[in-house]
Write a protein that binds this ligand. Structure first.
Ligand SMILES: Cc1cc2nc3c(=O)[nH]c(=O)nc-3n(C[C@H](O)[C@H](O)[C@H](O)COP(=O)(O)OP(=O)(O)OC[C@H]3O[C@@H](n4cnc5c(N)ncnc54)[C@H](O)[C@@H]3O)c2cc1C
Length: 382
C-alpha cells in the first residue's frame, strides 16, 4: 500500500479530538487502541459552555455524561481523548509496521482509471520528481475539497459551506479561566468563535473564530497582532502575551458525496462527507469509512471476495454520512447563545442518546449482510 500526502508531516492542529467507543473498537482491531489516551474518570464528562467570553457569565451549559447504565453496557471500549495531531502518528507507525509506504511532501497530480487498474501521477517536492504509480485501487482521502472527487464529477448534496474560520493554536498560562479536570468547549459570542484547551500540561489552547469574506475579510487579516488582540478579548487579560504557534483557515461545511465509488476509485473521510465539528463526528466516521473499506479491499485483493463486495461500501457508509451530517447540523443550531430563561434542557438527554446511537446503534443494510436465518429457532430475548 502506498500513501501520498502533500504535507511534510502531521499537523499541529488537534481537529478531531475524541474517539467514540466504536472508533476505539476499530483502533483495537488495528492494534493501537492501547496507545490512545482514554478518559479515566467515570462518569466521563464533556461540557459545552455558551458565553460572551471566558470569564463572563454562562448563557447555557450542556454537560454530556457517559453513565455506566448506557454506553458502558454496549461496548467494553473506552472513550479516546487523542486529537488528530496525536492519533495520526500512531496510525502512521502502525501502517509502516504493516509494510505500507508513506510518502510525505508528495502530491497526487492526476490519475486515470479503467477496468484493469489505476494510474496515478505523483510529484515529490523533496526531489522535484514526477512519477507514475500503477495501482489496483485508489482511495481518495484527500479532504473536503477533494480534487479526486471533482475529477470524477461526483456532486455533493447538503447545505455546503456554512462559514469561513481561522484557528489559532497558542500557548499561555490562563490560570483559573481553564479547568484541567473539566474538559470544556467554550462557544464565545464576543468573537463569534470557540475556545478549547488542547493540552493542559503545556498550557496549549485553540481559538477558532469566524470571518466574513463578503465584508472583504480574509485569513490574511489574522496577523499575529490580531490573534493576540482576540485572545486578550476573550480572556479579558489586556497584558497577556500568548505565544502564537500556528494559524490556519478552515471552512465549516456540511455536504455528502452522491456516490462513494466510481469503478476502482473510492472516497473516504471528508472527501466523502464533510460535517460541522459539532458532535465530533467527522474524524470518527472517517475512521469508520477506513475500516469498512480496508477489510473489503483486502478481501477483494486476496480473492476471497469478488469486486462486487466493494459496492457495499457505498450502501453501508453513505447512509451513516447523511445521518451524522443531519445530527451535526441539529447540534450546531443549538449552539447559538440562548436567552437566559430559554428552556433548553429538553434536548440534553437525547443529545447524548443520539450520539451513542450514531456510534454504536447503526445498522448496515447491504448485500454483504446476511439477515435471513431460515430454519434457526427463534430466540426469546430477555
Ligand atoms: C476545527 C475542526 C474541529 C474538528 N473537530 C472534530 C472532532 O472533535 N471530532 C471529530 O471526529 N472530527 C472533528 N473534525 C473533523 C475531522 O478533523 C475530519 O473529519 C478529519 O480530519 C477527516 O480526515 P480526512 O483524512 O478525511 O481529511 P483531512 O484530515 O482533511 O486530510 C486530507 C489530507 O489530504 C491531503 N491532500 C489533499 N489533496 C492532496 C493531493 N492532491 N495529494 C496529496 N495529498 C493531498 C491534505 O494535505 C490532507 O492532509 C474537526 C474538523 C475541524 C476543521
Amino acid at each position: 500500500m502506498l500513501l501520498v500526502e502533500r504535507r511534510s508531516g502531521s499537523s499541529l492542529f488537534p481537529r478531531a479530538v475524541g474517539q467514540n467507543q466504536r472508533t476505539m473498537e476499530l483502533l483495537g482491531f488495528g492494534g493501537i487502541a492501547g496507545d490512545v489516551p482514554t478518559v479515566t474518570s467515570s462518569p466521563a464528562t464533556f461540557r459545552v459552555r455558551i458565553a460572551a467570553g471566558l470569564s463572563e457569565p454562562t448563557f447555557h451549559e450542556d454537560v454530556s455524561e457517559t453513565a455506566p447504565t448506557d454506553s458502558e453496557n454496549l461496548s467494553s471500549a473506552g472513550l479516546g481523548t487523542a486529537g488528530q495531531d496525536k492519533l495520526e502518528p500512531l496510525l502512521r507507525r502502525r501502517a509502516e509496521e504493516f509494510g505500507a509506504e508513506l510518502r510525505f511532501d508528495t502530491e497526487l497530480v492526476s490519475f486515470s482509471h479503467g477496468d484493469d487498474g489505476v494510474i496515478a501521477v505523483v510529484h515529490g517536492r523533496h526531489d522535484d520528481r514526477t512519477s507514475r504509480v500503477h495501482a489496483q485501487y485508489l482511495v481518495a482521502a484527500d479532504g473536503s475539497r477533494s480534487s479526486v472527487r471533482d475529477a470524477l464529477g461526483i456532486d455533493r448534496h447538503g447545505p455546503g459551506a456554512l462559514s469561513q474560520n481561522v484557528s489559532v493554536i497558542f500557548d499561555a498560562d490562563l490560570g483559573d479561566l481553564v479547568e484541567p479536570q473539566r474538559p470544556t468547549l467554550h462557544v464565545l459570542s464576543k468573537v463569534d468563535g470557540v475556545f478549547i484547551t488542547v493540552d493542559h500540561a503545556i498550557d496549549r489552547h485553540l481559538l477558532s473564530v469566524g470571518y466574513d469574506p463578503g465584508d472583504g475579510q480574509s485569513p490574511a487579516d489574522f496577523t499575529r497582532e490580531r490573534c493576540i488582540e482576540l485572545i486578550r478579548m476573550i480572556t479579558e487579560l489586556p497584558d497577556l502575551e500568548p505565544e502564537i504557534r500556528a494559524v490556519r483557515p478552515w471552512e465549516m461545511a456540511a455536504a455528502v458525496a452522491d456516490r462513494f465509488r466510481v469503478g476502482r476509485v473510492l472516497l473516504a473521510g471528508d472527501a466523502a462527507k464533510v460535517t460541522p465539528p459539532s458532535g465530533g463526528f467527522g474524524g470518527n466516521t472517517a475512521i469508520g469509512d477506513g475500516y469498512d473499506l480496508a477489510w473489503k479491499l483486502a478481501a477483494v485483493l486476496d480473492s476471497t471476495a469478488g469486486p462486487g463486495l466493494l459496492d457495499t461500501y457505498d450502501a453501508e457508509r453513505r447512509p451513516i454520512a447523511d445521518m451524522v451530517v443531519a445530527e451535526a447540523l441539529r447540534l450546531l443550531r443549538g449552539r447559538r447563545p440562548a436567552a437566559p430563561d430559554e428552556d433548553t434542557d429538553v434536548e440534553q438527554v437525547s443529545d447524548r442518546q443520539r450520539a451513542i446511537e450514531l456510534a454504536l446503534g447503526f445498522r448496515y443494510r447491504s448485500s454483504a449482510v446476511l439477515i435471513a436465518c431460515i430454519g434457526l429457532p427463534r430466540v426469546q430475548l430477555p
